[in-house]
Write a protein that binds this ligand. Sequence first.
Ligand SMILES: Cc1cc2nc3c(=O)[nH]c(=O)nc-3n(C[C@H](O)[C@H](O)[C@H](O)COP(=O)(O)OP(=O)(O)OC[C@H]3O[C@@H](n4cnc5c(N)ncnc54)[C@H](O)[C@@H]3O)c2cc1C
Length: 406
Amino acid sequence: MALSSARPVLIAGGGPVGVIAALALARQGIAVHVFEAAERVNDAPRAATTHAATLEMLDELGLVEDVIRRGLVEPLFRTWDRATGKLVAEFDFGRLNNDTRYPFAVQCEQHKLAGMAIARLRDFPHATVEFSARVTEVRQTSDAVEISVETAAGTRGVTGAYLIGADGGRSTVRKALGIEFEGYTHPERFLILTTPFDIGTKFPGCTRNYLSDPQDWCALFKVSGDDGKGLWRVLSSTRLEQSEAELFDDEAVEQRLQKFIPKDGRYAIVHRNLYNVHQRVAESFRQGRVFLAGDAAHVNNPLGGLGLNFGIHDAVELAGLLGRVLRREAPEDILDAYDRHRRPLNIEFVQQQTVANKKRMEEKDPAARAKNFEQLAATAADPAAHRAYLLRASLLDSVRKRAAAA
Ligand SMILES: Cc1cc2nc3c(=O)[nH]c(=O)nc-3n(C[C@H](O)[C@H](O)[C@H](O)COP(=O)(O)OP(=O)(O)OC[C@H]3O[C@@H](n4cnc5c(N)ncnc54)[C@H](O)[C@@H]3O)c2cc1C
């Protein structure tokens, strides 16, 4: 397609959102250049849960089979009362079998997804992914955007038609544009401990478990791991005054895991990771020829597994809009739709939901806690309410709302 010889779309950040945006553009014949500051794809344990709405998009991009093959298919998730060990509610995405081709979640680590997209990009001569290349400055005119890129060989200027800032929560692009990141940071950090111990022996039949508790809640997820043998992640909350050294200490880690999932013998640990937790949305997702996508535009707590899913939806929507404009099928005004729709959708479907999920996990007031459990159990027990809950949890509702607005 002739478009590939035009000025490229520049993408700051080769995380999963940046490379999915690149793939969605490259498949339309649009020249793309991704600049990634790091030497390689970051394989720290972050997103894994990939929901139905996203699987449908990954299908369009030709990635879904690989995601399913390299991940774990899980239709269920369960909420437990940790104090009593009682199951509060079980939800089954299988109930969405008339709503989606993918009535389940797939636990596929985000570094695998990014790696798959980068491998596909190699098939397109008009797509470049450059590692060890940090975007440091952004300038724009009415018909072009220019960035400064810092590499081992020095700093150079690169000109493109548009720029997508997919450079994560601390986005240089967002800061360069002076766009506020509105919201708040939770006064705690989340610790993820990853173990090869099969926690499934203690929680059989479901690889996504939320253990609610007023003091010490935790979430237990299985991922397939790089060798496909399976690893479990245990996510819990820590106080800000607890240092990394204190939290990563072998004895502290052992005690924490034994408290949540008692077992004979010590735990083997393959990763210890600590994350700040935010609820923030950029005041605007667009300024002229520059767009924000993924964590650069919005960050949220990971309960519910929604952040990256929504970021992939940003990437796919933006690539579609840019494609129409670059092919001259539509006027540039259609690009306004990106900020107009995606920002409120993020607030409604990601911020509100993740805040509610976190509250439910940690509610301290006994009466409110009992009421939460009652409501969740009633939702799970009622077929219509169960389905409605899952349409929201899988982001299918957000995609439908967006489609209805178009
Ligand atoms: C513990 C945890 C669990 C999570 N679980 C889930 C889940 O199950 N499901 C879900 O949907 N989401 C989940 N998330 C959220 C998910 O990890 C993020 O939403 C996702 O990483 C966002 O992808 P991104 O590509 O926008 O940003 P990132 O993954 O942060 O990638 C940004 C990239 O930009 C690069 N970069 C930064 N600055 C520059 C620059 N100036 N120039 C060039 N490159 C730059 C960085 O090196 C990085 O590679 C989780 C998050 C955490 C912390």
